[in-house]
Ligand binder design. Structure first.
Ligand code: GLP
Length: 244
């Protein structure tokens, strides 16, 4: 079930999202939280850092799982998602390296790397709260539009639109990795609750498309309609194509 919450602006959306994440951690200090990268959750991370500084929340007992990583980028690479999370959130709160889980972007055996991540998710008892952004093409994590849903952690060829969108973080488009390792649709759907954030006009179509009632692997996020507990936090721009 999708619960839509329209916020006045990006700041309000980020604050609301932070309250939801903090509440989860306060209620279950050992919670497994699924984190997402991208520009959209940055405001959420800033709010959480402030709440931590005000001693309203502590993350020292949580387990973290990130959605995805570029293939070929090491943890230390300035554009790796590990580096992004470390710089923008983990290092600013009381999260230590041993609490962090990421799919390996650098591996010898792709299948083993994917299986390892699925095992880690399972051993943690699944994710309690999964934070998600959404691609303009409806992707979640790096699950790109396709003819079928891929259920478990897998290696994916990035869509041209995604490479284009993400090239803003690289010196040149040719530097954007062509592949990523991502949690699958099933891995995401196993989360007990999901918080999807969208805050830009470029996401309005994707947001409209997940409220149609139709589940279509060409719009990967449309699967969320089958999940029992999804909060969709948007601002007016991202909600602009939804019928009132
Ligand atoms: C990336 C990530 C996604 C993210 C999406 C949107 O490709 N793999 O997890 O949701 O982009 O990013 P942004 O929030 O910057 O628009």
């Amino acid at each position: 079930m999708l619960q839509l919450i329209v916020n006045e602006n990006y700041h309000a959306l980020s604050k609301k999202a932070a309250q939801i994440v903090a509440k989860q951690v306060q209620e279950k200090p050992t919670a497994a939280i699924g984190f997402a990268t991208g520009s959209t959750p940055l405001g959420l991370y800033r709010e959480l850092i402030q709440m931590y500084q005000r001693k309203e929340v502590s993350f020292d007992r949580i387990t973290t799982f990130n959605l995805d990583e570029y293939v070929g980028l090491t943890k230390k690479h300035s554009q790796s998602y590990y580096h992004f999370m470390w710089e923008n959130f983990f290092s600013k709160v009381d999260i230590k390296e041993h609490q962090i889980h990421f799919p390996d972007g650098v591996y010898e055996d792709a299948d083993a790397a994917c299986e390892k991540y699925e095992r880690q998710l399972e051993e943690a008892g699944g994710v309690d709260l999964q934070i998600l952004g959404i691609g303009a093409n409806g992707h979640i994590g790096f699950n790109e539009p396709a003819d079928t849903f891929t259920m478990t952690t897998h290696i994916v060829e990035l869509a041209e639109q995604t490479i284009e969108a993400n090239s803003r973080f690289f010196a040149d488009k040719s530097e954007v990795p062509r592949k990523a390792i991502t949690m699958g649709i099933g891995s995401i759907m196993k989360a007990k609750s999901i918080l999807l954030l969208a805050s830009d006009e470029s996401k309005a179509e994707a947001i409209r498309d997940i409220f149609t009632g139709i589940v279509d692997p060409q719009i990967p996020a449309s699967i969320l309609q089958l999940h029992p507990n999804v909060m969709v936090l948007v601002n007016a721009e991202a909600a602009s194509l939804l019928q009132p």
